[in-house]
Design a protein around this ligand. Structure first.
Ligand code: SAM
Length: 269
């Protein structure tokens, strides 16, 4: 009985690599391998179809294994890298000189990990975590609220559903805004410059922002240095930080699939 209540008191922060990725990859590997064996046994000779299926099975197997290992390294119960990435975002707020007082918005808060970390790091802050909580993720408002309660910061955090492309807040509501690995996921706004401007809209003039994403992904952001330069007229101060190859993460994670395209846009509005 004692063991059960201890288990219930653990927060549950979801992994960026959903459990369905290795599961789906494993199923694909087995089906492709079975397909190639079937083709070989029916034709009794080496055919192009058999070869293509076996090559695809090997690729699916390698990617599945990679994602499985990456999931373990990222995990809060395993390698803990996800938590360190989020700590990196929050430490930039301090580096910019924010005093940690006032209202903070976490855009795309997922399972609430960074909102909760922020509330623990800055004892005077009041945090709002917002997310779309779509079907593609194992995250929910209830999970965030439960995590905040378990971590003892529920009275300083509220979570609400919304769309990062059209935030339900008036201009200049927040003293600071943060976001991690969200903007590239926002399907409702393919124009990522407009999306960052929307995030800046709800920050007070002189307020702080730290946004981390796969900013080196040209398909979303084009030339990131030009992207950041174009933000200058809308900000008092804006910087770009190359966060690839962080020293807290094994080299294995430095691929475009996981941490290999990470960057931070931060500054003051
Ligand atoms: C990779 S997860 C990151 C979650 C969290 N920021 C973290 O670092 O743990 C991406 C998040 O973006 C959220 N998201 C996707 N589209 C969104 C939208 N239009 N508005 C708000 N959140 C969105 C997803 O629901 C998901 O929680």
């Amino acid at each position: 009985m004692k063991q059960l209540s201890q288990t219930q008191l653990k927060p549950e922060y979801s992994n960026w690599v959903s459990k369905w990725i290795p599961i789906t990859g494993g199923i694909a590997t087995v089906l492709l391998a079975a397909g190639s064996v079937t083709v070989f046994s029916l034709t009794k000779q080496t055919t192009w179809l058999g070869l293509v299926l076996i090559v695809l099975a090997v690729i699916a197997c390698v990617v599945t294994l990679y994602m499985f290992i990456a999931r373990g390294i990222l995990s809060y119960h395993g390698g803990g890298v996800q938590g360190k990435v989020l700590d990196g975002v929050l430490s930039q707020l301090e580096a910019l000189g924010w005093d940690g007082k006032g209202k903070l918005l976490d855009i795309g808060c997922g399972s609430g990990a960074m909102s909760i970390k922020a509330a623990k790091k800055f004892p005077d802050v009041v945090v709002t975590g917002m997310d779309y909580w779509g079907a593609g993720w194992d995250y929910s408002k209830t999970l965030c609220e439960s995590n905040a309660k378990i971590e003892g910061v529920a009275e300083r955090i509220t979570f609400q559903k919304g769309d990062a492309a059209k935030l339900d807040f008036s201009d200049g509501t927040f003293d600071a805004a943060i976001s991690n690995f969200v903007f590239h996921e926002v399907m409702s706004q393919p124009d990522k410059f407009a999306l960052v401007r929307e995030a800046l809209r709800v920050v007070k003039p002189g307020g702080y922002f730290v946004f981390e994403d796969i900013f080196f992904a040209k398909s979303h952001y084009g030339d990131i240095h030009k992207f950041v330069k174009a933000l200058e007229p809308y900000t008092a101060e804006v910087h770009f930080l190359d966060m690839r190859r962080p020293d807290y993460a094994p080299v294995l994670l430095n691929t475009p699939l996981i941490l290999g395209q990470m960057g931070i846009i931060c500054g003051r509005k």
